[in-house]
Design a protein around this ligand. Structure first.
Ligand SMILES: NC(=O)c1ccc[n+]([C@@H]2O[C@H](COP(=O)([O-])OP(=O)(O)OC[C@H]3O[C@@H](n4cnc5c(N)ncnc54)[C@H](OP(=O)(O)O)[C@@H]3O)[C@@H](O)[C@H]2O)c1
Length: 340
């Protein structure tokens, strides 16, 4: 016997990837339904070699369904996730709405799978921000060996992190630069994104940081260790899929770069590609469609006692969202719901 699964936001970037990954990993599905807004009712999405017709989230009854993988924004999540949870359907949510709720576990299975049993308090499990997910997969095994004190991270985040509208804006604006009569001013992003970079993701906070930067700080503490200090600069770049991060890590204990490379090679979810030659590192276009978080450019930081630098790249729609959500569903199934 398998699971009855609901995919909420199935016409979006993350929702479509969730359907792909559930099929790729042969998740034990007895029945699956794809939901989106009323305007998408009847539109078709792929699930393996099947086609599903999208239904309306607003009129859907979650009673009798085992898990709902949510990939709609926080506003819709606020309305529909509590309804699903109250109907006994466990919500695995990709929005930021529940991530900081002490009664909702925030899970990256390679890092803190044991915390998943806290799901029963609200019947909700949160999926972290895409930038946090890939970074903590790399930080955890290094922290276990040498205790991380502080992380300084700069991100290079693709436009797909801003949903379908983000992808469309980069595509249309890039074309319009070669054909100026068809001007495409910035709408989704705050400045031109084609051939540019924008040091601003999500809203500004009182201290001058952005909410995206704050999320990396708060989520790393909740998932890995509250004692780790993080400072982040989050930047949108004209890449369609794949987030990159330059990460500087200060440890309590000494950690040699060769040992760090070996630890990361053995770590779950990580692929080390680190040759000190032209092209001996991973760039975002190469990570698209992959499950791994790729680590390159591992090197000592000689300006502090116990420091390392590394380059971290992953498919933000996969490890940053859909894959992590499906891994949570797998973990929940194995540890708690026990079907399939
Ligand atoms: N993209 C990433 O890298 C990433 C990473 C981590 C987390 N997330 C989070 O995942 C969520 C989805 O992101 P996305 O990139 O997939 O966005 P997206 O491509 O813009 O897709 C949004 C999806 O939500 C549906 N939706 C929106 N409002 C709705 C409503 N009121 N009722 C029913 N359906 C509604 C849309 O349906 P229609 O097509 O019918 O409008 C669509 O299926 C967001 O919370 C986002 O913050 C994204």
């Amino acid at each position: 016997m398998g699971y009855r699964i609901v995919v909420v936001g199935a016409t979006g970037n993350v929702g479509r990837e969730m359907l792909n990954i559930l099929a790729e990993r042969q998740f034990p599905v007895d029945e699956i339904v794809a939901l989106a807004s009323r305007k998408s009712m009847g539109s078709e999405v792929s699930f393996g070699d099947k086609t599903l017709k999208t239904k309306d989230l607003d009129t859907f009854d979650f009673t009798g369904w085992d898990m709902a993988l949510f990939a709609v924004g926080s506003d819709a999540t606020k309305i529909y996730a509590p309804k699903a949870a109250a109907a006994g359907c466990v919500v695995i949510d990709n929005s930021s709405l529940y991530r900081y709720d002490p009664d909702v576990p925030l899970i990256v299975p390679e890092v803190n799978a044991d915390a998943i049993m806290g799901y029963s308090k609200k019947n909700i499990i949160a999926n972290p921000n895409c930038s946090t997910a890939q970074m903590v997969v790399a930080l955890k095994p290094l922290h276990d060996r040498a205790r991380i004190k502080r992380v300084v991270v700069s991100t290079y985040q693709s436009v797909s992190g801003a949903g379908k509208e983000g992808i469309d804006e980069l595509w249309d604006q890039t074309k319009s630069i070669y054909n100026p009569v068809d001007d495409k001013p910035a709408r989704k992003f705050t400045k031109q994104i084609a051939f540019n970079v924008i040091p601003h993701i999500d809203v500004f906070m009182e201290d001058g940081s952005t909410k995206e930067e704050w999320k990396m700080v708060a989520e790393t503490k909740k998932i890995v260790d509250p004692s780790i200090k993080v400072t982040a600069t989050c930047v949108r770049v004209p890449v369609f899929v794949g987030h990159s991060e330059a990460v500087n890590i200060e440890f309590e204990d000494h950690l040699d770069e060769d040992e760090a490379r070996e630890i990361l090679r053995e770590a779950p979810g990580i692929m080390v590609i680190d040759k000190r030659e032209d092209g001996g590192y991973v760039s975002p276009v190469e990570c698209v469609g992959d499950y791994a978080t790729f680590i390159s450019r591992i090197r000592q930081d000689s300006t502090i006692d116990n420091g390392l630098n590394l380059w971290c790249v992953s498919d933000n729609l996969r490890k940053g969202a859909a894959l992590n959500a499906v891994q949570i569903a797998e973990t929940l199934g194995t540890r708690a719901l026990k079907k399939g």
